[in-house]
Design a protein around this ligand. Structure first.
Ligand SMILES: Nc1ncnc2c1ncn2[C@@H]1O[C@H](COP(=O)(O)OP(=O)(O)OP(=O)(O)O)[C@@H](O)[C@H]1O
Ligand SMILES: [Mg+2]
Length: 372
């Protein structure tokens, strides 16, 4: 095999599973294999709980950190085995872990990802690189998003200005101007699937709105939509990033309570409104900060499976809105592959952040290395 092989692992803000990707980094970047492993239910519940402000239990945090580290290590070994690869063939494993708190606006800004990398190195025998976000934050950046340089490597085209929209729990854009001299930029748009997931879990006890069918069955409530759109995050200029500690059920409930003082609202209409709001966050961001000559929007992350959301985006934009599969790339593996690439950057003494995206004072080699 030419080039070096890296493994990437991330459990995203939706806490829907651990994404793994085996990546070959040579002159080109190739994803050799990818998979998503469901998290054990008790661990998943613990991680969701820890992501909510107020659940600041240090014992729970410590145990979830250890348990997730063990799980990532074991899942990585199984993934390699099912692809006929030996751990010794992997140069390093880049682990994002699970974000349990992201507070770029705090007096002492911080971001906290768990999933003990010492345990990953111990279980797998693979050199592990982790804790990618904090160095960028220490250099004055948001610590997020970190994927834009990887999006640029995959999707930048001198013939067309593009925007890559990753719809995970939170939504994030990477803006790729056609002009090679222009900087790559990017930022979090606001909620991705987070609010829709939270609402369907509360009202219907389901993890997500399959295809967006429930949202499509409801009608957008204009009064609620306008209240949601008034959130100051939408008009805050980049660099900016956000998380589920902000856009969550408590945030929604506050707006809903105000709206319900007018008249009752159907649960499906709330879902339809959240879908419209999620799309509108992305569209307004693109209109305000996107390239004037935008040729197309490429969508990755689980939200591209939500047909109601994809339709809401297409309806509001004048250029094509397409899943990244139209360019032959698997839209579920990009985040994990990005962390494999970030491990490569770190081990080779190369910067992983893009200061034009995160607002850091400069390029930085990210993360810490836990030797095999
Ligand atoms: N068939 C589907 N229909 C509708 N929504 C879907 C479908 N499949 C996945 N999703 C949505 O995608 C979400 C998972 O997406 P993804 O894994 O990209 O998010 P994430 O793990 O939070 O990643 P990130 O780190 O980018 O936030 C699910 O929670 C769900 O809301
Ligand atoms: Mg996920």
């Amino acid at each position: 095999m030419r080039g070096q092989v890296y493994l990437g692992a991330i459990s995203g803000t939706s806490v829907d599973g651990l994404d793994l990707a085996l990546v070959q980094v040579a002159r080109r970047i190739d994803v050799l294999a990818a998979a998503t492993r469901p998290l054990p239910e008790a661990l998943r519940r613990s991680l969701l709980e820890l992501g909510r402000p107020g659940a600041d239990d240090l014992d729970r945090l410590g145990e979830a950190d250890a348990a997730l580290g063990e799980f990532i290590g074991t899942a990585a070994l199984e993934f390699l085995d099912s692809n006929g690869q030996a751990p010794s063939a992997v140069t390093a494993l880049g682990s994002h872990g699970q974000t349990v708190r992201h507070r770029p606006g705090a007096t002492h800004p911080f971001t906290l990802q768990i999933g003990d990398p010492s345990r990953i190195a111990e279980v797998t025998g693979i050199t592990t690189v982790a804790d990618f976000r904090r160095r960028d934050m220490a250099a004055g950046g948001q610590g997020a998003p970190l994927v834009p340089p990887f999006h640029a490597a995959l999707f930048r085209d001198p013939g067309e200005s593009r925007a890559v929209l990753n719809i995970g729990g939170i939504g994030n854009f990477t803006l790729l101007p056609a002009d090679p001299a222009a900087a790559v930029t990017g930022f979090d748009t606001g909620p991705g699937n987070a609010l829709m997931d939270d609402w369907i879990a509360r009202a219907r006890q389901r993890a997500f709105d399959d295809n967006g069918d429930w949202a499509a069955s409801g009608r957008v409530d204009e009064s609620l939509l306008q209240r949601l759109l008034a959130d100051p995050y939408l008009t805050t200029p980049p660099p900016k990033s956000t998380g589920r500690e902000y856009f969550n059920l408590a945030w929604l409930q506050a707006h809903l309570d105000a709206r319900l003082r007018e008249r009752a609202i159907d649960d499906a209409d709330v879902q339809a409104t959240l879908c419209a709001f999620t799309a509108e966050c992305a569209v307004r961001a693109l209109v305000t900060w996107g390239p004037a000559d935008l040729g197309r929007v490429l969508v990755c992350g689980g939200g591209r499976h939500n047909r109601a959301l994809m339709a809401a985006l297409a309806e509001r934009l004048s250029c094509p809105v397409e899943p990244v599969e139209t360019l032959g790339v698997d839209g579920d593996s990009i985040e994990a592959a990005a962390f494999a690439w970030l491990a490569h950057q770190t081990l080779n003494g190369l910067a992983g952040n893009e200061p034009a995206v995160t607002g850091a004072r400069g390029p930085r080699v990210l993360g810490a290395v836990y030797p095999a």
